[in-house]
Design a protein around this ligand. Structure first.
Ligand SMILES: [Zn+2]
Length: 234
């Protein structure tokens, strides 16, 4: 990947997340690791995910200095800086205030595999960041969040939002989208009555392998890109 390709992917990932319902006015962001490991490509503050274009990007160093682009970085850039610093295998991280995830986290119940999306965690519960419900605005909080995420595809940030990550931009975006949709299904089922049927851990593990291999993640990502280009909401 070249730096130009990383910039293009940052734009496309931002637009794709907007199409998938992760908009929260100007809040929430996606970061792509700079191929030369100078830091992350991320949008500048003050713009919505659907508004991102190449002129609005910053290259932010792992010390939170803006190396390219204008203005200050997002206060919560430490989420991405520390998640990507902790896991050199990761290429991309996502932080949004997706509403289903926030509402579901408030219930403090395990995320069950009610649907294909729910099987993303292979029968395990989704990790939850309990250190603060306020902004992750320091390197120490970013490191703590990275520890909570571990090697999971995504984690809930109760009272706040979610974080997701992946070894590709496609994976990070799809992990964020799948977690929010799993929370949406779970909320609907809880609202309608007691939950009776869900995958046990063995079935959830099998479904994770069957439903979410790299090819399916890539196909979902391509669909999100087409939806974003057509200005459709998924
Ligand atoms: Zn936030």
């Amino acid at each position: 990947m070249t730096p130009a390709e990383a910039q293009e992917l940052t734009v496309r990932a931002s637009n794709a997340l907007a199409a998938a319902g992760h908009r929260d006015m100007i809040w929430g962001h996606v970061a792509v690791r700079d191929p030369q490991n100078r830091g992350i490509w991320i949008k500048a503050p003050g713009w919505g995910l659907e508004e991102v274009d190449p002129a609005l990007l910053q290259l932010v160093s792992f010390d939170a200095e803006v190396l390219s682009g204008t203005g200050k970085p997002h206060k919560e850039c430490h989420i991405h800086l520390e998640v990507l610093r902790a896991r050199p295998d990761l290429v991309c991280s996502v932080h949004t205030h997706a509403r289903n995830a926030v509402a579901f986290a408030a219930l403090d119940v395990p995320l069950l595999a009610l649907s294909h999306e729910g099987a993303l965690f292979g029968g395990d519960d989704v990790p939850r960041f309990g250190k603060t419900g306020a902004l992750v605005s320091t390197p120490a909080l970013g490191r703590s969040l990275a520890e909570t995420l571990g090697d999971a595809p995504a984690a809930l940030m109760p009272k706040h939002g979610m974080v997701a990550a992946g070894r590709s931009v496609a994976a990070a975006v799809m992990h964020a989208v799948l977690l929010d949709r799993a929370c949406q299904v779970h909320l609907a089922a809880l609202a309608a009555g007691p939950i009776v049927i869900h995958s046990d851990p063995d079935e959830a593990r099998a479904k994770r392998a069957e439903c979410w291999p790299e090819a399916q993640i890539e196909a979902g990502w391509q669909y999100l890109l087409r939806s974003a280009a057509a200005r459709l909401s998924v």
